[in-house]
Design a protein around this ligand. Structure first.
Ligand code: ATP
Length: 262
């Protein structure tokens, strides 16, 4: 495995001996992964190898899945986010998530972005932070004259950028993206990739993608996962994207990226 631990910057979040279970089934086992701040990290691998499961564990989104439990540690700002005294709502404020299918609320564009601010207790005129988040999500110019229109009236790509704006409004440190472009056309996809690059100046991004070209184009680091003989997802190789794609160390990675998997 390429030694991603040689990074000079301390990781912003790290998984240590992470195992994730659905009931008795161990879906992911023994993952050690240090995420480099202000970089884009892609998680790739065949269907069912646990990419989304791992991603969801980074902000305790898996708490919503009955039967799902985690062993090992995920350390963020020096704390294991699974410790009993940690409030998962606060974790999700600092580690936001954007899903595969754009999921704006059936509310106005403005209210979609203001929603997170309101539930975090912000009152008064929210136009300034809403504008800022929409600008950061590269959507402002397209929507500034109709902020009262429903978020659902936007195109798929615009809806996904609205969801990104909604995640950004509460000022997270990390944004998790679960196949954010799979429902989008190639132009909208490239727009999101450009946006990710821009956002990585201020945020850390972890993206799950099925699209290897996307991982190769848009990420700085890549983690390749596969399934072990017991069907548990394992991390095979993790390192700089340029190395993983040009000089994989493990035959399983090479087979996957050259399309020989399965
Ligand atoms: N809610 C759930 N309950 C039970 N098992 C689940 C649940 N979600 C996922 N699994 C199982 O956990 C394993 C990993 O699933 P996961 O969705 O994380 O994989 P993935 O790599 O993201 O797959 P895909 O690329 O198809 O989205 C699979 O065997 C899946 O069937």
């Amino acid at each position: 495995m390429i030694d991603h631990q040689t990074q000079t910057k301390p990781p912003i979040i790290s998984a240590e001996d992470l195992c994730i279970f659905y009931g008795n089934f161990r879906a992911v086992k023994n993952v050690d992964m240090k995420i480099v701040p202000n970089q884009i990290t892609a998680i790739i691998g065949p269907s069912g190898c646990g990419k989304s499961t791992v991603l969801r564990s980074f902000n305790r989104m898996n708490d919503f899945i009955p039967n799902c439990h985690v062993t090992g540690k995920i350390t963020f700002h020096g704390h294991n986010i699974y410790d009993e005294d940690v409030d998962p709502v606060q974790v999700r404020q600092k580690i936001g998530m954007v899903f595969q299918k754009p999921n704006p609320f059936p509310k106005s564009i403005f209210d979609n972005v203001a929603w997170g601010l309101k539930i975090n207790g912000m009152k008064g005129d929210l136009s300034e932070p809403v504008e800022q988040a929409l600008k950061q999500a590269a959507l402002w110019d397209e929507v500034k004259d109709h902020l009262k229109k429903s978020g659902l009236s936007l195109s798929g790509g615009q809806q996904q950028r609205l969801c990104i704006a909604r995640a950004l409004a509460v000022k997270p440190d990390i944004i998790l993206m679960d196949e954010p472009c799979s429902a989008l056309d190639p132009i909208a996809t490239l727009k999101i990739e450009d946006l990710m690059r821009e956002l990585s100046k201020d945020y850390t991004i972890i993206i799950v993608t099925h699209n290897m070209q996307q991982a190769a184009r848009a990420s700085d680091y890549t983690a390749f996962f596969t399934m072990d003989s017991d069907r548990a997802g394992v991390m095979v190789e993790y390192g700089e994207t340029s190395h993983i794609f040009t000089n994989p160390q493990d035959k399983r990675t090479e087979d996957y990226i050259t399309g020989r998997y399965g």
